[in-house]
Design a protein around this ligand. Structure first.
Ligand code: 5GP
Length: 193
């Protein structure tokens, strides 16, 4: 998506440790007009999938998922991160290893909001090692709902997540795929799509 790639080149900052900072427009300050274009693009790419629910993960996936949901006319459910150990049987839960914080946490979704008959699209801001999306996919599977695909705004193609998600047969659409980035020069190279 050219508009997005141009914006990443303009406002993205390459940090040490394979981190791309995009908090000027994506996950701290949020450019809602850009989000609307992103939402329409997800809708175009998953137009025939009869999505009836979008699932994301707190916190940084929520904004983009909500704007995308306006194009799909469906509700958004976000998985909550929790440290509560004694969770009753009212939730689906799995563990996710955080890329940015390097620790493992539990994510939960209430059984009330996900289940058989749902056709679920996963949405997230970033795809790095794929742990967040794998965790969400696990919750969908546990609930008996159908996973129709995953849409991410930025995939870091040099990390393993994209290949791992595609190898599971999940229909993955990444609006910008970073092939390489250099924290010394700031150069960002995108994969031709
Ligand atoms: P994964 O589970 O695919 O390894 O990482 C995905 C999550 O980590 C995303 O939800 C995102 O919040 C965060 N993340 C991963 N890589 C980056 C990055 O380069 N920049 C930012 N801002 N967040 C990232």
């Amino acid at each position: 998506m050219k508009l997005l790639e141009d914006r990443i080149r303009r406002d993205g900052v390459v940090k040490e440790g394979n981190v791309l900072k995009v908090d000027r427009f994506l996950n701290h300050q949020m450019d809602i007009e850009l989000f609307q274009e992103i939402g329409k693009e997800f809708k175009r790419r998953f137009a025939n999938e009869n999505v009836n629910k979008i699932l994301t993960i707190e916190a940084s996936g929520i904004g983009i998922a909500c704007i995308a949901a306006e194009s799909f006319h469906v509700p958004v459910v976000f998985a909550k991160k929790t440290q509560t150990k004694n969770i009753a049987g009212e939730v689906y839960t799995t563990q996710v290893e955080s890329f940015t914080h390097g620790r493992i946490y539990d994510i939960i979704v209430s059984k009330e909001f996900l289940g058989k008959g749902d056709r679920v699209l996963l949405i997230d801001d970033f795809l790095a090692n794929g742990k967040a999306l794998e965790g969400l996919a696990q919750l969908v599977q546990d609930s008996g709902a159908e996973l129709v695909g995953a849409g991410v705004v930025i995939e870091k193609g040099f990390q393993r997540g994209g290949d791992a998600i595609r190898a599971k047969g999940i229909h993955l659409e990444s609006l910008a795929i970073v092939e390489s980035m250099n924290d010394k020069t700031g150069e960002i190279v995108f994969r031709e799509q």
